[in-house]
Write a protein that binds this ligand. Structure first.
Ligand SMILES: Cc1ncc(COP(=O)(O)O)c(C=O)c1O
Length: 346
C-alpha cells in the first residue's frame, strides 16, 4: 500500500530540479568562505529577511543553538514560552551547551503576555541571573502551526529594546507564517534581532537552515558554528537545492495550507474526534479523547489504513501537510482517516 506521510513537513524528497542543481553546483571550501553557492544563498537569505548577513547551518537545532551561544553568556536566562520547541525538543541543548537557564512562561498559542514577559525580565541584583534573550517561535509548532501577529511581534521587540535585550525568532516555519499572513518575510523579521528559518521543512530542501542577523552577530555565529562542527566544506551541493527552495518554495506553501484545511474539514465531520487548533498553516491537531482511545492507538490504526501521523500528546494526533502531497494523496488520506475512525470511534 502507498502510505501517505503526514508525520512532518521534513519528509519531503528533493525534486528532480533540486537534484540537478546539486549535481551542477559550483562549489568551494566554505570554511574559507569560498563556496560561491553558499555565499549566494546567504546573501539571498539576508536580503529576504532584511538582515545584514546570514549563515547556512546544518539544521534548525544548530541554528537555534548557535544563536543562543552567540547572544548569551553562561548563567544568563532566556525568556521563552513553555511549549517552545527549544525547550521541549532540543535535548536540553541550551543548558548543555551554553550553560543558560530557561524562564518559561505560559502562552496563548505562542503568545506570552507582554506584562508577563516584562515581569520576568530580571532586575540588576547580585542574586539574579541576567536576562540575556527573549525567544519567539513562529509559526508555533506545539499549538498546531499558529502564526504570531505582527503587532504582537512589535510589542515584544519594543519591550526588549527598552531593556536592551535581543529577540531571537525560531522561525523554523517562518515562510508558512508569511504566506498565511500575506506579508513579506522582512515585515516579520524586522521585529527580531536574529532569526533562524528551516530550508528543509515546508520549503522542501533536503538539508539546512539559515541564521540571520547583523554582520557582527553573524561573524561571531560563524565561529560558534565551526566550534560545533558545522563548518562544512563544499557545501554548495546543499546550498543549491536550498536556493531553489527559497526562490520558488513559497508557492507550494499555499497549497500545503489548503491541504491542511481539507483535512481539518474532513475530520470536523467525524463525531467524537475534534480539531483542536485553528488551522492557519500546515498542521491539524486531532483530539481523540472522546473516542476513549489514545493518540498511539489512533496512529497505529491510521498506519494500517495507509496514513502516517505522529502522536502529539496522549490524546492528540498531529497531521502535517507538505509539498510532496497531491490533491489525490489528500483524498486517500481522508479515506484512511475515515476508515480508522470507523474502527476506533467507540
Ligand atoms: C519550531 C521548530 N524549531 C526548530 C526545529 C528543529 O529543526 P531541525 O529538525 O532541523 O533541527 C523544529 C523541528 O521540527 C521546529 O519545529
Amino acid at each position: 500500500m502507498n502510505l501517505i506521510d503526514l508525520r512532518s513537513d521534513t519528509v519531503t524528497k528533493p525534486s528532480a530540479e533540486m537534484r540537478e542543481a546539486m549535481a551542477n553546483a559550483v562549489v568551494g571550501d566554505d570554511v574559507y568562505e569560498e563556496d560561491p553557492t553558499v555565499l549566494e544563498l546567504e546573501a539571498y537569505a539576508a536580503k529576504l529577511t532584511g538582515k545584514e548577513a546570514a549563515l547556512f547551518v546544518t539544521s534548525g537545532t544548530q541554528g537555534n543553538q548557535v544563536a543562543v551561544l552567540t547572544h548569551m553568556r553562561q548563567g544568563e536566562e532566556i525568556i521563552m514560552d513553555d511549549r517552545a520547541h527549544v525547550f521541549l525538543y532540543e535535548g536540553g541543548a541550551t543548558a548543555a551547551l551554553a550553560g543558560v537557564q530557561s524562564r518559561t512562561l505560559p502562552s496563548d498559542n505562542g503568545k506570552m503576555k507582554i506584562e508577563e514577559i516584562a515581569g520576568a525580565i530580571r532586575m540588576s541584583d547580585v542574586h539574579f541571573p541576567d536576562t540575556g534573550l527573549i525567544w519567539l517561535e513562529n509559526t508555533h509548532n506545539k499549538s498546531g502551526g499558529r502564526v504570531l501577529p505582527i503587532d504582537y511581534l512589535a510589542q515584544v521587540k519594543s519591550l526588549a529594546d527598552e531593556h536592551r535585550i535581543p529577540v531571537h525568532m525560531d522561525g523554523a516555519r517562518l515562510f508558512n507564517a508569511a504566506v498565511a499572513s500575506d506579508v513579506e518575510i522582512s515585515r516579520i523579521t524586522e521585529h527580531t534581532t536574529s532569526v533562524q528559518f528551516c530550508l528543509s521543512k515546508g520549503l522542501g530542501a533536503p538539508v539546512g537552515s539559515i541564521l540571520a542577523g547583523d554582520k557582527e552577530f553573524i561573524s561571531r555565529a560563524r565561529k560558534w558554528r565551526k566550534r560545533l562542527g558545522g563548518g562544512l566544506r563544499q557545501a554548495g551541493v546543499l546550498a543549491a537545492p536550498a536556493l531553489l527552495a527559497l526562490k520558488n518554495g513559497l508557492d507550494f506553501l499555499k497549497i500545503d495550507h489548503l491541504h491542511a484545511n481539507m483535512l481539518a474539514e474532513a475530520v470536523a465531520k467525524l463525531d467524537r474526534v475534534k480539531v483542536e487548533n485553528e488551522v492557519e498553516t500546515n498542521m491539524v491537531l486531532v483530539n481523540t479523547s472522546e473516542t476513549g482511545k489514545t493518540s498511539e492507538d489512533w496512529v497505529a490504526e491510521m498506519k494500517r489504513q495507509g496514513v502516517l501521523a505522529v502522536p502529539y500528546g496522549p490524546l492528540t494526533v498531529r497531521l502535517t501537510t507538505h509539498r510532496d502531497l497531491t490533491e489525490s494523496d489528500m483524498k486517500q488520506a481522508i479515506a484512511g482517516i475515515t476508515n480508522a475512525w470507523k474502527q476506533l470511534k467507540g
